[in-house]
Design a protein around this ligand. Structure first.
Ligand SMILES: Nc1ncnc2c1ncn2[C@@H]1O[C@H](COP(=O)(O)OP(=O)(O)OP(=O)(O)O)[C@@H](O)[C@H]1O
Ligand SMILES: [Mg+2]
Length: 357
């Protein structure tokens, strides 16, 4: 995937933006609060209908305006693709190649992107819920069957919890929901297990390229492991579940563990190591998506260089495959050195106005 052009009107602080990135590496430099993240956010919105910073889309509208428009065009598997996203007085609409999309979710995958933001360090440092959300998002995008199982699992969990809150005195009903949890939970555990193995291989290789002296691992921690009897676990916990009005055990409590030099990265890794680990996950995601769709997504890296030393920064760009179109923001005056053979285009942004550097 190559993004050829981006236009925005009324989006955050950007003033009638027109951005024409090149192939290879694109560096958007500027001081703090000039609009660097807003450009990547606009691309993410066109690609996924979501912002990484907020779920309240009204916040994306430039102060004092009634709405915004984002137009993105690019080449997907050598075919032209355009996305027009508008948000007008609370309503969002998407067109792909000029055709209105019935469901906003239909635009997913039309313009594949992988986004790294500084907040992604929460994948390493944050709670298990952050890592589960990552797993669910990634696997759902790759496998529709996973998304269906996830939705059914969540419905069953919600219903079971409702029943437990009402004291759960209908064992037959609880049995029925247990059966649903077991059936759909099995799909989640199987797919998560396979995905983490695949992601882990790619992430370990990426981490090694950036910091070769620090062994890195990724391990799935299912709350109920596949060799345990899920039905028995639910039965064992039923009384406790009843008294607490919630379901204590199951895939909704899963996690995965990242280690650096043999120690859990969440508690022991330095900030630079945690950032390296989060980046390794994103690089792995890039590879996995490429294997599924036959080309690399656009790779967006927001403020990636802070907290990485010069050596890690240099190696990061070596870890990115040469055919990836990469958009990098930085506050540094000097652009990161592109590996030899990679074309680099530089832009500068000031008060929401972008210009070639
Ligand atoms: N809806 C909005 N309308 C207008 N301006 C906004 C809106 N939302 C945020 N801003 C402002 O846009 C400016 C640029 O924000 P942005 O996060 O893109 O900056 P940045 O260049 O990434 O900065 P940093 O280097 O600190 O990350 C900020 O001053 C912010 O307050
Ligand atoms: Mg920023």
């Amino acid at each position: 995937m190559v993004l050829c052009n981006l236009k925005t009107e009324g989006f955050r602080c950007l003033t009638a933006l027109e951005f024409t990135p090149g192939e290879g590496l694109n560096v958007i430099a500027g001081d703090n609060a000039q609009g660097k993240t807003s450009i990547l956010e606009a691309i993410l919105f066109a690609a996924t209908s979501k912002s990484h910073r907020t779920t309240r889309e009204a916040e994306l509208v430039q102060y004092g305006r009634p709405g915004f428009r984002v137009h993105a065009s690019g080449q997907r598997n050598s075919r032209s693709v355009t996305v027009d996203a508008t948000w007008w007085q609370g309503e969002k609409r998407f067109k792909v190649n000029g055709v209105a999309q019935g469901k906003v979710s239909d635009i997913l995958g039309k313009m594949p992107v992988v986004f790294f933001s500084p907040e992604d360090v929460a994948l390493v440092r944050g709670s298990a819920a952050v890592r589960r959300k990552f797993l669910d998002m990634e696997i759902s995008q790759l496998e529709p069957a996973y998304l269906r199982a996830l939705q059914q699992y969540r419905t069953a969990l919600k219903q079971r919890n409702e029943l437990l809150k009402q004291n759960g005195r209908e064992p037959a009903l609880l049995d029925a929901w247990d059966e649903q949890l077991i059936r759909h939970g099995r799909v989640l555990v199987e797919r998560r297990n396979a995905f983490i193995k695949e992601l882990g291989c790619a992430a370990v290789a990426a981490y090694e390229t950036i910091a070769s002296q620090e062994p890195f691992t990724l391990r799935y921690l299912p709350d109920v492991s596949p060799d345990q009897d899920h039905a028995r676990v639910l039965t064992q916990y039923r009384e406790r579940d009843r008294s607490q009005g919630l379901t204590n055990r199951g895939p909704h409590r899963d996690d995965f563990e990242l280690t650096v030099s043999g120690k859990p990265a969440r508690h022991f890794a330095s900030q630079g190591q945690q950032r390296t680990a989060a980046l390794a996950l994103k690089l792995a995601e890039l590879k996995l998506v490429c294997e599924r769709i036959g080309e690399y997504p656009v790779f967006m890296l927001d403020d990636v260089l802070s907290e990485l030393d010069a050596k890690r920064s240099e190696r990061l760009f070596q870890a990115i495959p040469q055919t990836v179109q990469c958009l990098v923001t930085t506050t540094a005056m000097t652009a990161p050195a592109a590996p030899s053979g990679v074309h680099c285009t530089c832009f500068h942004i000031r008060s929401g106005t972008l210009a070639p550097a």
